[in-house]
Design a protein around this ligand. Structure first.
Ligand code: NDP
Ligand code: PMR
Length: 398
């Protein structure tokens, strides 16, 4: 309850922050046994009450919205309306949220899932392990850290002859312990290169395919996160997301003649991830502004809750991986299981009450969806436009 407030539409109250600090202070979970080298990972836990209260949360900004009228389905010979199975591409469906979403959609019996994954065998095993039956999925190779692979994936998908009704940009990497930047095939810093640029090219290329679909309620979803939103407590845990004036990105994000960080600063793996999530949320809104009206496609982003058990934290130190789930379960109360998070993302794919475009969805403690507010930076239309233009140059679309 204490921190659930950050998931609610209203700004976090001092009362709730106070409760958090109280919980943190009373807990022996951090102070007593965390070794020195580990403190940095949880050092934000050691921020005093005053400092947390001092944190300024930038004013809430509503996501832009518009309503899509679902198109009419084709009539069957007997006059009844029929609906063919929907086809959805989910990137990174081999684990965590992507896999749970694939499972939730397959369970409806109404979706065929194209699992767009970098590790074919892992994806096949994952689908089997959760009981997705053969006729409900296809694994196709996609490595988002290579733009060539993204283009190949699009070709392969088109050759399959399947229509595209929904695209879920879900895959991500998080490299919080990296001391030095690593790079994609084209030489972009790996987190932003994979999480943002790979998805940017993929979604730009597949937009035409979505436009061609005759399915009612076509959707393009880019998974965002609370940690990229500085209007929340979680988004104020250092290092904070900040794209600055995009000078590093404009310089190619290559660490040679430009910084490996979007804002041009020193490399920080945790910040690079959060920056990439801001890019994801800005991209969704720019898609909405440019294409919603003409195409009727619903563009959405979301924060599914803190799924503290997924592979996202695989590069983190072991102690973090042990402490993080109970911390989120019992202290922040922001924890959500993979299964529940998968149901939430699946809702954004098909639920007819979530057709509004340009929305960043979140869920309250009763698992009811609501339109959340993005931080000032994550809803900055001018920054979104600039990010779009710089990104299209980097991926070779302009
Ligand atoms: P996982 O690590 O479990 O899943 C990430 C997926 O991305 C994996 O399937 C992984 O593939 C895939 N992936 C990574 N790099 C590439 C690449 N180069 N090409 C193709 N696929 C790739 O993490 P989550 O399920 O937690 O993350 C899913 C999404 O949820 C992310 O966008 C994340 O930002 C978001 N999110 C997660 C939260 C959480 O608390 N976990 C909270 C908020 C948002 P492989 O299996 O081969 O490694
Ligand atoms: Mg956070 C409401 C409080 C809240 C929520 C919902 C999250 C979600 N976190 C919250 C609070 C805090 N976290 C506080 C008070 C601290 C200081 C101790 C804290 C710390 C923390 C760390 C060190 N949290 C983290 C980390 C990570 O390495 C994770 C991260 O930033 O990954 C990018 C993370 C997360 N906290 C979350 C969520 C959802 C994450 C991870 C995933 C993500 O944003 O995609």
């Amino acid at each position: 309850m204490a921190l659930q407030a950050s998931l609610l539409p209203s700004a976090i109250s001092v009362h709730n922050e106070g409760k958090l600090n109280c919980a943190l202070k009373e807990s022996s979970f951090i102070g007593a046994f965390v070794p020195k080298n580990v403190k940095s990972d949880f050092s934000p836990l050691l921020i005093g009450t005053k400092e947390l209260k001092r944190k300024s949360f930038s004013g809430p900004i509503r996501a832009q919205t518009a309503t899509v009228a679902p198109s009419v389905n084709e009539a069957a010979p007997d006059g009844k309306k029929t609906l063919r199975k929907g086809n959805v591409i989910i990137t990174g469906a081999s684990s965590g949220l992507g896999l749970a979403t694939a499972k939730a959609l397959a369970d409806t019996g109404k979706w065929h899932i194209v699992m767009a994954c970098r590790n074919f065998l892992k994806a096949e095993k994952a689908a089997k392990s959760v009981g997705i039956t053969k006729e409900n999925y296809t694994v196709m190779h996609l490595d988002l850290s290579s733009l060539e692979s993204v283009r190949q994936f699009v070709d392969t998908f088109r050759r399959s002859g399947r229509p595209l009704d929904a695209l879920v940009c879900n895959a991500a990497i998080y490299l919080p312990t990296a001391k030095e930047p690593t790079y994609t095939a084209e030489g972009f810093e790996l987190s932003v290169g994979t999480n943002h640029l790979g998805h940017f090219l993929l979604s730009r290329l597949l937009l035409d395919d979505l436009k061609k679909s005759d399915y009612p309620q076509k959707r393009l979803i880019i998974v965002g996160s609370i940690t990229g939103n500085t209007n929340t407590l979680a988004g104020n845990v250092p290092p904070k997301a900040n794209l600055g004036d995009l000078r590093g990105l404009a310089g190619g994000l290559n660490g040679l003649n430009s910084s490996a960080m979007i804002d041009g600063g020193e490399f920080d793996g945790a910040k690079a991830y959060k920056d990439s999530k801001v890019c994801n949320m800005l991209t969704m809104q720019e898609f909405h502004r440019r294409y919603h009206e003409e195409s009727g496609i619903t563009f959405s982003s979301l924060y599914p809750g803190c799924i503290a058990t997924t592979g996202l934290f695989r590069e983190h130190i072991p102690l973090f991986r042990i402490l993080f789930p109970p911390f989120q379960k019992y202290i922040t109360k922001g924890y959500v299981s993979e299964e529940e998070a998968g149901k939430r993302l699946a809702q954004v794919v098909y639920d007819s009450s979530l057709t509004k475009s340009g929305v960043y969805w979140s869920w309250n403690k009763n698992s009811a969806s609501f339109e959340n507010q993005l931080s000032q930076e994550a809803s900055d239309a001018e920054k979104a436009r600039k990010l779009w233009e710089v990104s299209e140059k980097l991926v070779g679309l302009a």
